[in-house]
Design a protein around this ligand. Structure first.
Ligand SMILES: [Zn+2]
Length: 275
């Protein structure tokens, strides 16, 4: 069998599809990884000032060993497993600083009685779920900057639209700007909870759950059931990552279809979101 590093648990900052395998480690934090079929190998860090590695003592040996990696300084290095001089397995390590994203949660109404059915009582649980996705994988912390009730002084109708990119739609239909004008400018990213949102030529058909652009996201009431996961996905757009639609990309947070996606943030996305 070939020696190889493996994750201790799912969605903890390990990317086994990267070559070499990859692990995110927070600066001043630790991550534990497995080394499979690595009995007798010597495991070292190529750059201990960036990250150190030490074996976790275990009561018995079944071919699996565990190693704790400590992040010392922001940067990248490689953990190597050798027999003598012969390299048997490698694990790239990225030590990342904590990046804080301040988020505003805006509950929208208009002057004609349309309003979101969402409640500000949900915000803390959403933040917890988002941090459960981002902190262990990419060392990003979502901080609740504000929870606000905002009123657009206009009748937005039954569908709030982004339509300025469509030809033949009257300018008045483009309501995005009316909503985001109410953003909390002290926050990095603003969610606006609206009753119904569309951004295509068929606003009568519910095709879109949310749209994110330049630090703002309109998020409708009928956006599926995995609300906080979808909010994390939209935050991923704010952090610079796009949608992916291939079946094999379904485990990813950035998979494009609501409620069928997983929570995985692979190496490439991690380096986009928290470079
Ligand atoms: Zn998306």
């Amino acid at each position: 069998m070939t020696a190889r590093f493996a994750e201790m648990r799912q969605n903890d900052g390990f990317d086994g599809t990267a070559v070499p395998a990859w692990q995110m480690v927070p600066v001043n934090g630790t991550k534990t990884v497995k080394l499979l079929d690595g009995l007798g190998l010597t495991v070292t860090s190529r750059n201990p000032p960036i990250a150190t590695v030490e074996e976790v003592p275990m009561c018995f040996a079944d071919g699996r060993r565990e190693f704790r990696i400590k992040g010392k300084r922001v940067g990248t290095t490689t953990i190597e497993a050798r027999r003598g001089t012969h390299l048997q397995a490698r694990l790239d390590v990225a030590v990342k600083r904590k990046k804080v994203v301040k988020v505003a949660f805006n509950f929208v109404r208009d002057n004609a009685g349309h309003h979101t059915s969402r409640s500000s009582a949900s915000v803390d649980a959403w933040v917890r779920t988002m941090n459960g996705i981002f902190l262990p994988q990419i060392n990003i912390e979502i901080q609740k900057k504000s929870t606000r009730s905002v009123r657009v002084n206009k009748n937005l109708g039954s569908v709030v639209r982004f339509s300025s990119h469509l030809s033949g739609v009257s300018a008045a239909q483009h309501e995005w700007d009316d909503v985001i004008a109410l953003r909390d400018s002290a926050a990095d990213f603003n969610f606006f909870f609206v009753w119904e949102y569309e951004q295509d030529a068929t606003p009568g058909t519910d095709n879109t759950d949310a749209g994110a652009l330049s630090g703002n996201c309109l998020f409708e009431d009928a956006a599926g059931t995995e609300i906080a996961e979808t909010m994390a996905h939209e935050t991923g757009h704010y952090l610079g990552e796009k949608d992916y639609y291939a079946a094999a990309q379904r485990p990813w947070l950035m998979y494009g279809y609501t409620d069928s996606r997983g929570r995985k943030i692979p190496k490439a996305h991690a380096n986009t979101m928290n470079p």
